[in-house]
Ligand binder design. Structure first.
Ligand SMILES: NC(=O)c1ccc[n+]([C@@H]2O[C@H](COP(=O)([O-])OP(=O)(O)OC[C@H]3O[C@@H](n4cnc5c(N)ncnc54)[C@H](O)[C@@H]3O)[C@@H](O)[C@H]2O)c1
Length: 362
C-alpha cells in the first residue's frame, strides 16, 4: 500500500476550506490526486485554505444541507474517494446554535451518505466524526469503538447521531454487493498550523501572543488526546487505501489518537508552546465564568487501528508542538513562506509515516 495509489484519483473532500480539510487536500494533491473541495464558505480569516487554493482541481461552494445540489455534484464528479469533514465543528458554538449544528452534522452527513446511493462507480468514503461521539463518563480508560455513543452538548450528540446514520446507511444500502465502501474515523483535538477557529486552545494562544495580549485559558487541567493534524489525516488516508483493498473493513469505525503513555493537559501544551514565543501572558478563567459544560478527561483506545491498519501516531508531544509553533511563527513573521512551510511539514511527516506505518503494511 502506498500513498501514490491516490495519483490521478478523483477525490471529494468536504470541508476543504477548514483546518483539517485544508491539510488533507494539500497532502492528497501532493501525491498526485485530483481534489474536488466542497464547502459552503471559508470559515475563518486568516485561513490556511486561502494559501493552498491552487492545489485543487475544483473549489466548489455548496451547502451540505442542500441535498439535491450536493447529490448533483457527486453524480457529476463520480469520485473514486470521498472524505467527509464538513461540519459545525465547535462545541461552544453548538450551544449557541444547536439547530444549525444538528442540521449540518446529522442531516449534512445523511445527505452525503444518500448522494452515494446514486453513483454507479466504485467509491471509498471516509466519514470523519469525532472522539466526542462517545458518551463521555470521564473514566480513566480510553474509549473503544464499541463503547456507547452520545454526548451532553449538541455538538457531541450530533456526532454520535451521525455515527448511527453512517451505520444505518451501511447496513441498509452498502453492506452487500455495493459499489460503495465506507468507514468512520474518530479523532480528537488536533493541533497544527493554520487553525484559527474560535475557542480552540492553540489559535487562542497564538492570536493573543502575536498581538502581545493575554490569553484566557479555560480548564487548565483538562486532558485531551492532543495530536498533530497530520496524524489523524494520515490515518484517514491509510484507512481509505486499506478499505479499497480489504472488503472486511467495510462499515467499520476506527479511533485515531495519540499514544496513551502520558496524559497532557492544557497547561502542558501552553508551557511547551510558550517556549517558542519571547513573551507570553495567560489568565485562567474561573469556573463561574464558563457558560457551558466541558469534559475534563477524554482518551481514545487506538488498538483497533494498530491491529487492523498498523497505524500509530508518529510524532511525540514535543515534535507536535514544534511543528505547530514553527508554522505559526512563520505565519506571523513571514506569511509568504506558508505554502512551503505546509508542504515541507507534509514531506517530513510523510517520511516518518512511511517508516513507521506504511512500510509495515506491505
Ligand atoms: N479540529 C479538531 O480538533 C477536531 C476534533 C474532532 C473532530 N473534528 C472533526 O473534523 C472535521 C473537520 O474539523 P475542522 O477542525 O477542520 O473544522 P473547521 O471548522 O475548521 O472546518 C469545517 C469545514 O466545514 C465546512 N462547512 C461547515 N458547514 C458546512 C455546510 N453546511 N456545508 C458545507 N460545508 C460546511 C466549512 O466551510 C469548513 O470547510 C469536522 O467534522 C470536525 O467535527 C475536528
Amino acid at each position: 500500500m502506498k500513498l501514490e495509489d491516490f495519483r490521478n484519483k478523483k477525490i471529494i473532500v468536504t470541508g476543504h476550506t477548514g483546518f483539517k480539510g485544508s491539510w488533507l487536500s494539500t497532502w492528497l494533491s501532493l501525491v498526485g490526486a485530483k481534489v474536488y473541495g466542497i464547502s459552503n464558505n471559508v470559515p475563518t480569516q486568516p485561513s490556511h485554505f486561502n494559501f493552498i487554493k491552487s492545489f485543487f482541481e475544483e473549489d466548489i461552494e455548496c451547502d451540505i444541507r442542500d441535498a439535491n445540489s450536493f447529490k448533483n455534484y457527486v453524480s457529476k464528479i463520480k469520485p473514486d474517494y470521498l472524505f467527509h469533514l464538513a461540519a459545525q465543528s465547535l462545541v461552544n458554538f453548538s450551544y449557541e446554535d444547536p439547530r444549525l449544528t444538528w442540521e449540518t452534522n446529522l442531516i449534512g452527513t445523511i445527505n452525503v451518505l444518500d448522494s452515494l446511493r446514486y453513483i454507479d462507480n466504485k467509491c471509498i468514503a471516509i466519514f470523519i466524526t469525532s472522539d466526542k461521539c462517545y458518551d463521555n463518563v470521564e473514566w480513566t480508560w480510553g474509549y473503544r469503538e464499541t463503547d456507547k455513543l452520545g454526548g451532553p452538548d449538541p455538538y457531541s450528540a450530533s456526532k454520535g447521531a451521525a455515527e448511527l446514520a453512517i451505520s444505518s446507511y451501511f447496513r441498509s444500502y452498502f453492506k452487500k454487493d455495493s459499489n460503495i465502501r465506507l468507514a468512520s474515523a474518530r479523532a480528537g483535538n488536533v493541533i497544527g498550523g493554520g487553525d484559527w477557529s474560535a475557542n480552540r486552545l492553540i489559535p487562542d494562544c497564538v492570536k493573543a501572543w502575536a498581538n502581545n495580549e493575554c490569553v484566557d485559558l479555560r480548564n487548565p487541567f483538562s486532558t485531551r488526546p492532543w495530536q498533530h493534524v497530520l496524524e489523524p489525516i494520515g490515518g484517514y488516508m491509510l484507512l481509505a487505501l486499506a478499505l479499497s483493498e480489504r472488503k472486511e473493513l467495510n462499515g467499520e469505525s476506527f479511533n485515531f489518537g495519540p499514544n496513551l503513555e502520558k496524559n497532557y493537559n492544557v497547561m502542558d501544551v501552553v508551557n511547551e508552546i510558550s517556549k517558542y514565543w519571547e513573551k507570553i501572558e495567560y489568565n485562567v478563567e474561573s469556573k463561574e465564568k464558563q457558560l457551558f459544560y466541558e469534559s475534563n478527561l477524554l482518551k481514545l483506545n487506538c488498538d483497533k487501528a494498530l491491529h487492523n491498519l498498523n497505524w500509530k501516531s508518529c510524532l511525540g508531544f514535543e515534535e507536535t508542538i514544534s511543528f505547530t509553533a514553527t508554522w505559526y511563527k512563520n505565519f506571523y513573521d513571514n506569511p509568504s513562506r506558508i505554502v512551503s512551510i505546509t508542504t515541507d511539514q507534509i514531506n517530513v511527516y510523510t517520511e516518518l509515516f512511511f517508516k513507521k506505518v506504511l512500510s509495515n503494511n506491505d
